[in-house]
Design a protein around this ligand. Structure first.
Ligand code: CTP
Ligand code: MG
Length: 226
């Protein structure tokens, strides 16, 4: 059944990438990051439609990129990622019971990952893809090591993340009320007391943050299709 709505977050400026163009519009092997992310979402059978958050002033550009793919809702993002999610939530009809949140910057996440998080949602409020931590993680204060985290308890979170719509809406409303910010949506649900589970993430679903990440994504694509 194609009934989930995917929110694709693309309203950031990409400050750490350091290009003139907002990150989501940067071409990756000739195709904008945003187009790749939206195409992966829509290629997943369970996804019925996509809502895109765009930087203020770049809504038309976002629309021009995603409309041919079949995604027609574009909304102006907010000052923070959370504010962007809340803006997108206002466009998702109340009768939709499953919502995915995805960073456009994870341009190489596959439609199989969308399917995996959707498929694992039954009996939970949220699902987050994770990959293991391979480095040893130190807790550091003012240059001094004050602890070493047990690595087997740690994981790196990715997107797409899948949620029961009511839980996602409630967690975001409460976080906004309490004026707390998180770097992903699962964290808002955890904070609000909801049950979030994990599924295995994908090595290539890393977030394109820096120029090095962009170069890595280009390499991945050229190895896949020389
Ligand atoms: N995002 C958003 N609205 C914001 C901030 C971020 O929709 N106000 C989106 C970004 O477009 C990105 C995703 O959230 O796809 C993850 O954010 P991040 O990687 O931090 O992207 P930017 O904020 O664009 O990058 P930077 O922090 O380097 O400026
Ligand atoms: Mg950011």
């Amino acid at each position: 059944m194609r009934d989930a709505v995917a929110i694709v977050l693309a309203a950031g400026s990409g400050e750490r990438l350091g290009l003139e163009t907002p990150k989501a519009f940067v071409a990756l092997r000739g195709r904008p990051i945003l187009a790749r992310a939206v195409a992966a979402a829509l290629a997943c059978q369970g996804v019925g439609s996509v809502v895109v958050t765009a930087p203020s002033g770049a809504e038309d550009l976002a629309h021009a990129i995603v409309e041919p793919l079949g995604a027609h809702a574009v909304v102006t993002g907010g000052a923070t990622r959370h504010a962007s999610v809340r803006a997108a939530l206002r466009l998702v009809p109340d009768e939709v019971d499953t919502i995915l949140c995805h960073d456009a910057a994870r341009a190489l996440a596959t439609s199989a990952l969308f399917a995996a998080v959707l498929g694992a949602l039954e009996g939970w409020d949220g699902v987050v893809p994770v990959v293991p931590v391979s480095d040893t993680v130190k807790r550091v204060r003012e240059g001094a090591v004050v602890g070493t985290e047990p690595r087997e308890d740690l994981a790196l979170a990715q997107t797409p993340q899948a949620f029961k719509a009511l839980a996602l809406r409630d967690a975001h409303a409460r976080a906004a009320e309490a004026d707390v910010e998180f770097t992903d949506d699962a964290a808002a649900l955890e904070w609000a007391g909801y049950r979030v589970r994990t599924v295995p993430g994908e090595p290539h679903a890393f977030k394109i943050t820096t120029a090095g990440d962009l170069a890595r994504a280009e390499r991945v694509l050229s190895e896949a299709r020389p």
